[in-house]
Design a protein around this ligand. Structure first.
Ligand SMILES: [Zn+2]
Ligand SMILES: [Zn+2]
Length: 272
């Protein structure tokens, strides 16, 4: 078989050459200088180690000089060099995109049922964004609070439609993703939740659950979800003694907190 025909059959492999991207060149040229300058700023603590590690690992991701495997394709009988990736979760666009595609394929192929879904997006006021960015446990509780509110709303609508809750009651399901960035790469914690647009019921513990779709929510429905969520949030913050913190932006002595607070407010955090 002709070489290029064979290659077309197997798809071939092309290295992605991260070193040619603007982001890579920018970091390569300025990262160490930037970190040194931050560390030398009086009165502030340094950036945490995990942030520096992520940034430095990005500069090694996909670069052959930092390690690779040689793979052989029996189809086109060619060898390719595949550079190691950094597998970081926070910064590297390539590793982030790979993880995103793998997660999406897993959800579609193995997790989500064949049923209608609705995307719910939740955003927060500035002081809350700051608290949620730093407190993973609190963020988890806020997420739970939101999903419970939406599930209660779905059950209410199901009752309004005259559906029979049967023995199981009305059950729904959701996948929630915490997104940390807004469109301008500003720090903006918000949720994207894929929620079943309906409810499951089952007649008894061993019966196959039955899905019932619901009509789209009205404007009043969405307003009710919002006001219920606010009420639940308020009592959550009250219980944790954080009501005051939730209403004011705290002082930031660490570089990370300072940069985060600036990013939330759309201000420049470092430099002249
Ligand atoms: Zn091949
Ligand atoms: Zn990477």
């Amino acid at each position: 078989m002709h070489g290029s025909a064979r290659e077309a059959r197997c798809g071939g492999y092309r290295r992605r050459s991260p070193e040619r991207t603007l982001l890579y060149r920018l970091l390569l040229e300025h990262l160490e200088g930037f970190l040194a300058e931050l560390a030398a700023t009086p009165g502030r603590r340094d950036l945490p180690g995990f942030v520096k590690r992520e940034l430095r690992r990005f500069l090694e991701c996909g670069i052959l000089a930092h390690g690779f495997v040689r793979v052989h394709c029996s189809e086109c009988r060619r060898d390719s060099l595949v550079a190691f990736s950094c597998k970081a979760r926070g910064f590297c666009p390539s590793c982030g995109a790979r993880r995103m595609s793998a997660t999406a394929a897993h959800l579609v192929d193995r997790v989500l049922p064949e049923a209608p879904f609705r995307q719910w997006v939740v955003t927060f006021p500035f002081p809350l964004r700051f608290l949620l960015a730093y407190d993973a446990e609190l963020c988890g509780q806020v997420r739970l609070c939101f999903l419970k509110t939406v599930f209660a709303h779905l059950a209410r609508r199901a009752r309004r439609q005259g559906l029979d809750p049967a023995a199981s009651g009305f059950r729904s399901g959701a996948i929630n993703v915490i997104q940390r960035f807004g469109g301008a790469l500003n720090l903006n914690i918000h949720f994207h939740a894929l929620v079943l647009d309906g409810v499951y019921t089952s007649a008894h513990a061993f019966a196959r659950p039955q899905f019932e779709s619901l009509p789209p929510p009205s404007r009043e429905d969405v307003e009710k979800v919002l006001s219920d969520f606010r009420r639940r949030l308020r009592s959550l913050f009250e219980r944790r003694g954080m009501l005051e913190a939730a209403e004011s932006t705290s002082d930031c002595d660490s570089v990370l907190a300072h940069v985060a607070a600036s990013s939330i407010r759309g201000r420049i955090g470092t430099g002249p």
